[in-house]
Design a protein around this ligand. Structure first.
Ligand SMILES: [Zn+2]
Length: 220
């Protein structure tokens, strides 16, 4: 029988991630969820309806890759986590949060298909392109299905009129992704207020993209 015990260090990592997300205003109330792919293939995920910042060890649910619940009470947003783990064999951690500035870009500019990232060298190098996933009604299968075309290529996904999702091979990578997304969205917002976003020269963008290929498809 597969063990469904959650290691203490995994719980501590989830608690630390939740604290960081709250400190950086990336979550409100009981928003968001954090999950981890266990060695046995099951997924440990934060339970529905609880403030993640004060999470207790017994507030983690266990689900199968197909979303079937083994124990606990995960939210319907588990479908997004399952889509990532199904499509990305190297994904070990998934963080879903509601970064306010990043979401605001999708609300104010629904015509965008990606965050305008060709103006910041660091974003091109450390994260690459950040696509905007079409809106999905909460609680529907579209929440997971809409992610599929973007996986496993992208590790940071902005979800239109909802939030964002970042995955990684370790929890640091997933957390870096979420923090980088909101930070970049804030820089872009300030640039818009100061007169408008200007892209780097196309030759420079091409060089940075080459450098990104050497770094590899990961968030740093
Ligand atoms: Zn959400």
């Amino acid at each position: 029988m597969k063990s469904t015990l959650i290691q203490a260090d995994i719980y501590q990592a989830i608690k630390y991630i939740a604290e960081r997300l709250y400190q950086r205003n990336l979550l409100a109330a009981a928003d968001g969820n954090i999950s981890y792919r266990m060695d046995n293939g099951y997924i440990a995920i934060t339970a529905s309806g609880i403030a993640k910042v004060a999470i207790q060890p017994d507030e983690l649910a266990i689900i199968k890759l197909n979303g079937e619940v083994i124990s606990g009470n995960p939210s319907s947003e588990k479908l997004m986590h399952c889509a990532v783990y199904q499509k990305c064999p190297t994904a070990r951690w998934v963080i879903h949060a509601h970064p306010p500035t990043a979401i605001a870009w999708t609300v104010a500019k629904p015509e965008l298909s990606e965050l305008p990232g060709n103006c910041i060298s660091e974003l091109i190098l450390a994260a690459g392109k950040i696509p905007i996933v079409p809106y999905a009604r909460p609680g529907t299968a579209a929440m997971g299905e809409n992610l599929i075309p973007f996986l496993p290529t992208y590790r940071i996904l902005l979800l239109a009129r909802h939030g964002a999702l970042a995955w990684g091979e370790n929890w640091q990578e997933a957390l870096n992704g979420m923090e980088r997304l909101e930070h970049a969205a804030q820089i872009l917002l300030h640039a818009e207020k100061l007169g408008g976003i200007t892209d780097l020269p196309s030759e420079e963008i091409a060089i940075l993209q080459e450098m990104r290929i050497k770094i590899g498809n990961k968030t740093i």
